[in-house]
Design a protein around this ligand. Structure first.
Ligand SMILES: [Zn+2]
Ligand SMILES: [Zn+2]
Length: 281
């Protein structure tokens, strides 16, 4: 993990962080703010989980008053670190109306839209729960397990309900255990369709570096998909660690910036008070 800002990378940002406001976060916003100031990060984006499906243990967990209060305390730590207040909304095509309704109740500095729960024809599973995924993978081919995920992802992008699509190929998190390393060309048509739809709807992409710390050993997504996004005309790209503890803040960001450069991007999107702004890399 690169601990301090590399001199070659002016964009030193982490746009995907979870605090104790999320069901699975274990550090407070104020602790992230202090750590960010220490690391020299210029922007930290909080995207606390919002899950509207009762099958998800985080369902209706987010307390908006607490979130607002903790942001105020965090923002008081350092003028050099801009804290952005967003959410990570779990997208489900079956809940589109509820999601839309929830989002219209107030505005957010940005919304990361992510697929976490897949409804298969013969069951359902939460992509980040290893036991459930292992059970499903054990009796299905990679294609059977991954295709419904990418189909749901396409619906997510078409819905236009977010600013950024979260961790595009998260399905590989535990899928690489039974199926081996993820080869995007096996799902090239499906992924390119998602990327085209993202460009059409104006939804951005993130390089989620948590995959570097997890089984795949590469971000969500990795270089091939970033190239495809660029080829499709994609411009809105950001980077985030998906930290759930303050020690993970900034983890893998330097690698993420290198990948963005390698794929031909020259600036990353940061969010805060709208509109989107850009930081050279
Ligand atoms: Zn997520
Ligand atoms: Zn997240």
């Amino acid at each position: 993990m690169a601990d301090h800002r590399p001199t070659s990378a002016p964009a030193w940002i982490d746009m995907h962080v979870h605090s104790t406001c999320s069901v699975d976060g274990s550090s407070r916003i104020i602790d992230y703010a202090r750590r960010a100031a220490h690391l020299g990060l210029t922007h930290v984006g909080f995207c606390e989980h919002v899950d509207l499906d009762p099958r998800d243990r985080g369902c209706h967990h987010l307390d908006l008053q607490t979130y607002d209060r903790e942001m105020v305390a965090g923002r008081a730590v350092s003028a050099a670190v801009q804290l952005c207040q967003g959410i990570e909304m779990t997208y489900q095509s079956s809940l589109e109306e509820e999601i839309h309704g929830w989002l219209t109740e107030r505005s957010w500095e940005y919304v990361v839209l992510s697929v976490h729960l897949v409804d298969y024809v013969d069951g359902w599973a939460i992509v980040s729960e290893p036991e459930a995924m292992a059970d499903y993978f054990a009796t299905h081919s990679q294609r059977q397990a991954y295709l419904p995920y990418f189909e749901e992802l396409l619906q997510a992008v078409r819905s236009g309900l977010g600013d950024v699509l979260g961790h595009l190929d998260l399905i590989k998190r535990y899928g690489t255990i039974p199926y081996g390393s993820f080869e995007p060309t096996m799902f090239e048509d499906e992924i390119r369709a998602v990327l085209r739809a993202a460009v059409e709807s104006g939804m951005g992409l993130e390089i989620n570096t948590s995959g570097l710390r997890q089984t795949p050993g590469e971000p969500y997504p990795a270089l091939t998909v970033l190239h495809w996004y660029r080829e499709a005309g994609g411009e809105v790209l950001t980077v985030g660690s998906d930290a759930h503890h303050v020690r993970e803040l900034g983890a893998g960001i330097a690698e993420g910036l290198d990948l963005a450069c390698a794929a031909g991007f020259r600036a990353l999107a940061v969010f805060g008070p709208r509109p989107v702004r850009w930081i050279d890399i």
